[in-house]
Ligand binder design. Structure first.
Ligand SMILES: [Zn+2]
Length: 389
C-alpha cells in the first residue's frame, strides 16, 4: 500500500535561498523543454519525446557548472518526465474530444514542486543526538518537523519538495511492505453516508457535523474573498488580502484534514465492517448541482481516508451503488421520493421518520450486507443490524 507522509521543513535563510534557487532551475528547464517541443513541432511537424529531451538537457547541464549542474540529475529528469506526462495527457484528451488547454509555461508563482528519487540527492538523516534532518544535495541538512516516524519495514520511493505560502514541505511517498494483519472483526457493521453538508451520517444514527471552528473559518474565508473583490485590482492592499486568503485557506485545509483523520480512525477502530457508497458514481450523481469546490475536497479526502485506514486495519470496506440510497425507505424498502432540500425521511407506508442521511446510511449498510465480502469468519447476518436509537 502506498502512503504519503508530509513534513514541514525548517530551513535557515541560506538553505531556503538555495531551495528557491534549485526550484527556479527546475522551472527554467520545464519552460525551456516546453518551448523546445513547440519549436520542433512547428519546424518538422514531429513530437520529440522524453528521451531526446533528457539527452539534450544532460548536455546543457554539463555546460553550466554554476547553475544547472547544481541540480540533481535524476531530479531534473523527473521534471522532464512531468512535462512529458502533461504533454501526452493533453494530446490524449484532445483526441478523445475533450476541451483542454495547451500545457502552460509556468510563472514563478505556479511552479512550486521538485521531485527526487529518494536516496539520490535527498535523504533523511538522523544526528547523533537523534534529531532528524532532510539532506538535500547542494542545500545541506535541513531541519525537519518530524512529527511522526516513518514505520519500520517500509521503502521510501520518492520525495517531493514543495513551497507553499513561503514555507517548505517534503512529502515522502512510501510503500508499506508488511501486509496488514486481519483484525478479528469485533463490533458491528456500520453504513456511512459521506456527505457534503455534514461530514458523515452513520447507520447507528450518529451524525458527524463539520465542527464549528471549521465553519467559522470558512465564513472568514468568504468575508476575505468579498473584501478582496472590492479592493483596487492589482493594488498592494489587494495583494496583501490575497496572501491572507492563501494562508487561511491552507489553515482550513490542515484543520479539516486533521479532523477527518481522527473521525475516520474512530470509525475504523469501532466497527467490524464499513459500507460506503461507490465514490465515482456518487460524484457523478451528486456533485453536479450540490458541490462547492471546498466542500467537495473534504468529501473525497474523507472517503479515501476511510478506505486506506480500513485496509491497513484489515477491516472490510464495501462500496455499494448509490442509486436510490437516499430515496428508499430503510424500514420497508419502498421508494419515498424527496428533494435534496428535504432533510427528514418520512415514510408514508410504514411511518418511519428518520434523518435523511441516517436513512441513506442504513440503506448503504443493507446493500453491503446483501453481498458480504469473502471473509474467513462468519457472514454477517441481519441480527447484526444496528438499531437506531
Ligand atoms: Zn417505510
Amino acid at each position: 500500500m502506498m502512503l504519503t507522509y508530509k513534513y514541514l521543513l525548517r530551513p535557515n535563510n541560506h538553505q531556503s535561498d538555495r531551495l528557491a534557487f534549485l526550484l527556479e532551475q527546475h522551472r527554467i528547464v520545464y519552460n525551456h523543454a516546453l518551448q523546445q517541443r513547440i519549436n520542433i513541432y512547428k519546424e518538422t511537424g514531429e513530437c520529440i519525446g522524453y528521451d531526446t529531451q533528457c539527452k539534450h538537457f544532460r548536455d546543457i547541464r554539463r555546460e553550466n557548472p554554476d547553475t544547472l549542474r547544481l541540480v540533481n540529475a535524476s531530479s531534473l529528469q523527473r521534471t522532464l518526465r512531468r512535462l512529458d506526462r502533461t504533454y501526452t495527457s493533453f494530446f490524449r484528451r484532445l483526441q478523445s474530444g475533450e476541451k483542454v488547454g495547451f500545457p502552460r509555461f509556468k510563472a514563478r508563482s505556479r511552479f512550486n514542486t521538485m521531485e527526487y528519487t529518494y536516496g539520490d540527492g535527498c535523504k533523511l538523516r538522523t544526528s547523533k543526538r537523534k534529531y532528524v534532518f532532510l539532506y538535500v544535495q547542494n542545500v545541506g541538512e535541513i531541519r525537519i518537523c518530524y512529527h511522526r516516524a516513518i514505520p519500520e519495514d517500509t521503502r521510501i520511493n520518492h520525495a517531493r519538495i514543495t513551497r507553499r505560502n513561503g514555507r517548505w514541505y517534503v512529502s515522502l511517498s512510501i510503500t508499506l511492505s508488511a501486509t496488514p494483519v486481519q483484525r478479528t472483526p469485533t463490533g458491528k457493521p456500520v453504513g456511512v453516508d459521506v456527505g457534503l453538508r455534514r461530514i458523515a451520517a452513520l447507520s447507528t444514527g450518529e451524525l458527524i457535523e463539520n465542527p464549528r471552528w471549521l465553519r467559522n473559518n470558512l465564513a472568514r474565508l468568504r468575508r476575505l474573498q468579498r473584501h478582496a473583490s472590492r479592493q483596487v485590482k492589482g493594488s498592494r492592499r489587494q495583494h496583501t488580502t490575497y496572501q491572507r486568503i492563501a494562508r487561511l485557506y491552507e489553515k482550513i485545509e490542515n484543520q479539516r484534514r486533521d479532523y477527518l483523520h481522527k473521525i475516520s480512525q474512530g470509525i475504523v477502530k469501532k466497527y467490524a465492517l464499513i459500507a460506503v457508497e461507490d465514490l465515482k458514481l456518487t460524484f457523478m450523481n451528486r456533485s453536479r448541482h450540490l458541490a462547492r469546490a471546498s466542500y467537495d475536497a473534504g468529501f473525497g479526502i474523507f472517503r479515501r481516508m476511510l478506505e486506506y485506514k480500513a485496509e491497513s486495519a484489515g477491516i472490510p470496506l464495501i462500496a455499494v451503488s448509490p442509486v436510490n440510497t437516499s430515496q428508499a425507505c430503510s424500514g420497508c424498502g419502498r421508494i419515498v421520493p424527496k428533494d435534496v432540500s428535504v432533510r427528514v425521511h418520512q415514510c408514508l407506508h410504514c411511518g418511519l421518520t428518520l434523518d435523511r442521511d441516517v436513512n441513506a446510511a442504513r440503506n448503504i449498510l443493507m446493500l453491503a450486507l446483501q453481498n458480504p465480502p469473502g471473509r474467513g469468519g462468519q457472514p454477517i447476518t441481519w441480527a447484526d443490524m444496528p438499531s437506531v436509537g
